[in-house]
Design a protein around this ligand. Sequence first.
Ligand SMILES: [Zn+2]
Length: 485
Amino acid sequence: MNEKKNTSEILFMDAHTANKAAEKESASEILFIESDADQRLSPKIRPNEAIFIGAHADDIEIGAWSAAYKLIASKWKVFFIVMTTDSGACERLSEAVDAAKLLSKDIEVFFLKETDGLLSCNRQTVSKLRSLISSQKINARVVFCHSKADSHNDHRAVNEIAISAFRESVIIEYPVINSLIKSDFKPNIFSSVTEEIMKSQNLALSRHKSQTSRISTDKIYKYREESSQLGKKIYVDKFKATLQAGYSENQLALLMDAIDDIPTHKLLGRIIRDGLVAISGGTIFRKNRTIDHSITSCGKSVSSLLRAHMQIIVGMKEVIEVPASDPNVHEFAEESSILIIDGAISNSFAREYYDHFVGLNYKIDYEIPNYQNQCVVDLSLKIPKKIYPKYGVDDFGRKKIIEDIGILTFMKNPMNTDKWLIGCMGVHAIGTMGCFRALMEDSLASLISSRLDEALAAGKSGIQVLVGYTPDGAPRFLSRSWRKI
Ligand SMILES: [Zn+2]
């Protein structure tokens, strides 16, 4: 370890030596304390590694604690790096180590000892960080750092330094609520925060005794609060992933598995991690409409809503929208995970491809001419059964939809089984919207996830379920409509 002492100006701390280190600190700018670092050199299987970088001693605790907590619970090796120290250095360094050790006694905390308030991204700071990483043989390709949407100059500098110092990495930006520029922060990873995590974070923040007056846990909680569509309050931490060229898909997938656990996001995230092509239907010509409901405008709004939501959910990868009439739709479907919007009535891809996939239980049916008697057919029964939406009459005596039905399909893409197929197909556009809303509803999305896992574990390729949806109500799964494919 001796030669390492001379390689950098890095202060490395171990729990039991933290206070001693703080005492010694004034004696030398170069201080390195032995740890279990050499165990990391073992050629055996290494755990996944993640680095958390904060400008100041308490930033990681404020902005990224839940992520560190979950990674450690998933057996990741986690490193904390604090870039600056201020005049209260000794105190703040040992506070930071005390706090970090609440997560795991194995956690290693490094201090780069730049001047508080004057941090900038330049050759010196970037190479200092790089030499720490190489001298410690840290192998992480997942790096947490401040968001650039931050009004604190030190925080923005950390963002730039991290992006400059690492290559081929997954960079995860975390917000620090006191200085976050909310309108510029566009998260794409969402992580639930449990009571247990909040308690642990409170305890960690309380270790920063010299900072208590500046940390507002109320502010942190307020920022986290979200209302689910069923009206119950949930707490969510938000992060923004930036993917550098050559990043590891595998590391990203493992990271998402460990921290990205909001049901709706997890369900779609795991399927759409590699991008999504949404195949949308077109309009159909009907001689006379029997229902006071415009499929065209509803179809368009479903499609734009889907697009907006998918962008948030997929975030890191592009959602491409292709009309079913596109001459290259077949190639798209062979190369990508696909989302089919609308059933066979208006979507020619559904009609020409989906309706002919082997093993499907539900399809949309109708009678020609004029597309009348639209319904879902249950093909899983010996005698296929037709299921119709519920209709009523509006104030002007016109037929109106009371409850539409949609077929929600989650399966391996039959045209490329490495990819996925999601189908949101209503008898009418309202049913399509219902399928989509079911994906956005945490409790329903959890159910889809567990049913899908069951089906895949049983060697099946997916699931289908019928969604009932009233235009101004909440989506529901029709009873006994779950089918494996
Ligand atoms: Zn800070």
